[in-house]
Design a protein around this ligand. Sequence first.
Ligand code: COA
Length: 147
Amino acid sequence: MELRVVEIDAGATYALRRRVLRDSWPGSEVAFAEDGAPGALHLGVIDGDDVLVAVASFSPEATPHRPAARAARLRGMAVEPTVQRSGAGRRLLEVGADRLRAAGFELLWANGRDSALGFYRRLGWQVLGDGFRDANGVPHHVVMTEL
Ligand SMILES: CC(C)(COP(=O)(O)OP(=O)(O)OC[C@H]1O[C@@H](n2cnc3c(N)ncnc32)[C@H](O)[C@@H]1OP(=O)(O)O)[C@@H](O)C(=O)NCCC(=O)NCCS
């Protein structure tokens, strides 16, 4: 499958965030306060028909796990269900990491859903600390990779 990573604006991420990450909470918010933060970056993957099939957002945010590092946080990582396991998530994080590294960031981290930890581990990320649940009760761990 032909997959191309492009920069998009925050609003273009909302439909996939809602469909993939908020499917069990249809009324809940899909905009994040960090979406418009200085330095925020939104990337998408488009397929051969120019359909947006995956999104991810990055913004500057330190982590208590490495407070001195210049860190960026990943949020809203969502791949269209019919396209999952086709390499779109990997491509997004590779391009995101390249862009962040070039901008001087040292670290990328996220609150990763436990159901996605295998994905982050496969890409060489570390899983840190104790597990926790988000406001919707979904189990998570902090995940992190050096840039
Ligand atoms: C998790 C998610 C972002 C991964 O993206 P993806 O495009 O499906 O993943 P890729 O095809 O790039 O996978 C890269 C590697 O990770 C593996 N992988 C992907 N998802 C996995 C999972 N949930 N568990 C274990 N391994 C996984 C793939 O098999 C692949 O391995 P390979 O290198 O041996 O081929 C995507 O499946 C998704 O949107 N899931 C639902 C929402 C979600 O959980 N988002 C993340 C919230 S933190």
